[in-house]
Design a protein around this ligand. Structure first.
Ligand code: GLU
Length: 375
């Protein structure tokens, strides 16, 4: 058995599949959800930051609206999701509320995680919620996510969320207790694999297209989610949620598969930044700001002395020190026009300068990579 201590991970994304939450008649499994909420509250009390990606809106909403999922058109499913989502989030709000925990609803589309400007917005909101110990309950925004542009399954959405928030671990709870060499439901020779260090093409092929009836993901989407997350420095665990208190069981070494992360979320983000080819502009900063960056702080507008090039929020820009040396690069929170207006501006004067309430930083420290000092 792979050694699994949840205590090693600080920021956790837990993905809950529809088949765990909702029965065949579309009823919410309230008792099970309460045990999950107990586990989440326990982990949060032990200094873990928790996020939940939950499916179940379509399953609940289909029964509310009397829609037969097997024959439904996309717009029927979207309507079902809209009706079911309210009930889904309400249930989370109630079970977490019993522990004095506030829940918040976040609905995302692939565009929100793939497009860098929107990515920065989503990341800012989620970060703020976590700072306040609020638990985000995340689902796909099914109303606007149509076939060609939707995740369609919450496994990959959860992988992207884990990457977005730089989570240390992603836990995919479903009706299977891990990765098998074949579908354990149909093949008696299927062998459970407790630990994966690198995801091969062969594994993706082995994951096949197994699907449970209620949810839309199968093993293939779980392995894809693991691939996204592990590349982002986040270990991924496939575990059974069929039992009550599924996270407590995991902490007590229940059977699961762990896909080990490649590096940490911070190194993965910095490697990605270092490898981006398109650098759109340059931000020159003063000595004080250069020192602040080297001590691990974000770049504030007050330290910016010059802005060169044409760029938009979310583009990669070079950061140049007072002696003209390139110090590093990062994702800018402001376009070149706004960055120019904000040169030397104290953070509390940003709104006055811009005419709207902006972000307090020019480049967040998580989105900044510094080059070696001899470069
Ligand atoms: N957004 C869908 C729902 O809430 C979930 C998709 C999935 O099954 O993963 O019903």
């Amino acid at each position: 058995m792979a050694d699994l201590a949840l205590s090693d991970y600080r920021r956790l994304v837990v993905k809950v599949g529809s088949s765990l939450l909702v029965d065949d008649a579309g009823r919410l499994n309230r008792q099970w959800l309460e045990t999950l909420a107990d586990d989440i509250a326990h982990l949060q009390a032990h200094k873990h930051e928790m996020l939940i990606v939950s499916s179940g809106a379509i399953a609940i909403g289909s029964s509310v609206l009397g829609i037969n999922k097997k024959r439904a058109r996309l717009e029927d499913l979207q309507a079902a999701a809209a009706a079911g989502q309210v009930q889904l989030v309400h249930a989370y709000q109630e079970v977490l509320g019993k522990h004095g925990i506030t829940a918040a609803q976040i609905l995302l589309t692939p565009d929100d995680t793939e497009n860098r400007r929107r990515f920065l917005n989503a990341r800012g909101t989620l970060g703020r919620l976590l700072d306040q110990s609020v638990i985000p309950i995340i689902n796909e925004n099914d109303t606007v996510a149509t076939e060609e542009i939707r995740y369609g399954d919450n496994d990959r959405l959860a992988g992207r969320v884990a990457q977005l928030v730089m989570a240390d671990a992603l836990i995919l709870l479903s009706d299977v207790d891990g990765f098998y060499t074949a579908d354990p439901g149909t093949d008696p020779d299927a062998t459970h694999i407790p630990e994966v260090r690198a995801i091969s093409a062969e594994m993706l092929a082995m994951a096949g297209e197994t699907r449970s009836d209620i949810g839309s993901g199968g093993m293939a989407t779980k392995v894809q989610a693991a691939r996204i997350a592990t590349h982002a420095g986040c270990s991924t665990i496939i575990a059974s949620g069929v039992i009550e208190h599924p996270l407590r069981a995991l902490s007590a070494n229940a059977r699961c598969t762990i896909f080990r992360a490649e590096g940490t979320p911070a190194t993965a983000r910095k490697q990605w930044l270092a490898g981006v080819l398109e650098v759109r502009g340059e931000v020159r900063i003063d000595q004080g700001a250069a020192q602040a960056l080297h001590s691990g702080n974000s770049l504030l507008p007050v330290g910016v002395v010059e802005v060169i090039g044409n760029f938009r929020r979310g583009d990669v820009v070079t950061v140049v020190g007072p002696n003209g040396k390139e110090l590093g690069r990062g994702l800018t929170e402001y376009s070149d026009t706004d960055a120019l207006r904000l040169r030397g501006c104290q953070s509390d004067k940003i709104e006055e300068r811009l005419g709207y309430r902006g972000r307090s930083v020019m480049i967040h420290r998580d989105e900044l990579v510094l080059f070696d000092s001899d470069r």
